[in-house]
Write a protein that binds this ligand. Structure first.
Ligand code: SAM
Length: 183
């Protein structure tokens, strides 16, 4: 992402771990965090929110875009999907904890944020074919992922994933949420 920032712009680029930001306290006007939390273990997710809070100035705004479990009653299925899929893809070897909307807001509240408000819920349609091409999955891993999708769809009694086939490839429609809050 840092290499995408135009050289000529008067922008300071800082690289660091979101759980230990190399930035001083009470300093930033706005922080935007997009699709990062789900790469972290639960304790690190909470730590990242604490770091955002620490580095924001009073009344600073926090815009968070994150994957969510679509429905509280399928939390278990959702997290099994994410954990098993990461294992098949061989990407992030952690036990996933994708919060639902309520839990995500509780985390923000417990960190100290106020004015917590969901502003946009979006669909993320992801087919097995998307993963095959993005991660160069071989036939065995592609088959394992197709089986996982079939398994999840069979157990998703409320059809929150509204899954099915997309151009011949099994697909799940996952969800993300944008939440606005302030320090
Ligand atoms: C799905 S990408 C999102 C990138 C970008 N925000 C976007 O929306 O296009 C996830 C990003 O999280 C970053 N990431 C994962 N763990 C991190 C950590 N502990 N500290 C900082 N960044 C991390 C990865 O380097 C990656 O760039």
């Amino acid at each position: 992402m840092l290499t995408q920032v135009p050289e000529e712009e008067d922008i300071e680029r800082v690289r660091g771990d979101v759980t230990a930001l190399p930035l001083r306290d009470n300093n930033l006007d706005i922080i935007v965090m997009k699709q990062v939390l789900d790469y972290l273990e639960e304790a690190a997710q909470r730590k990242a929110l604490v770091e955002v809070y620490r580095t924001l100035r009073e009344n600073g705004q926090f815009i968070l875009s994150a994957l969510i479990s679509p429905d509280s009653q399928v939390d278990e299925v959702t997290n099994e999907l994410y954990t098993r899929r990461e294992t098949i893809i061989g990407r992030v070897p952690i036990k996933k904890l994708i919060p639902n909307e309520e839990l995500l807001k509780t985390w923000l509240q417990e960190t100290g944020f106020r004015g917590i408000e969901s502003v946009y819920r979006y669909d993320i349609p992801l087919s097995v074919e998307d993963f095959r091409t993005s991660f160069g999955l071989d036939a065995e891993r592609t088959r394992a992922l197709s089986e996982l999708y079939g398994d999840i769809l069979a157990r998703d009694k409320q059809h929150v994933f509204r899954g099915g086939d997309f151009q011949g490839s099994p697909q799940l429609i996952e969800q993300g949420l944008i939440v606005r809050s302030a320090k």
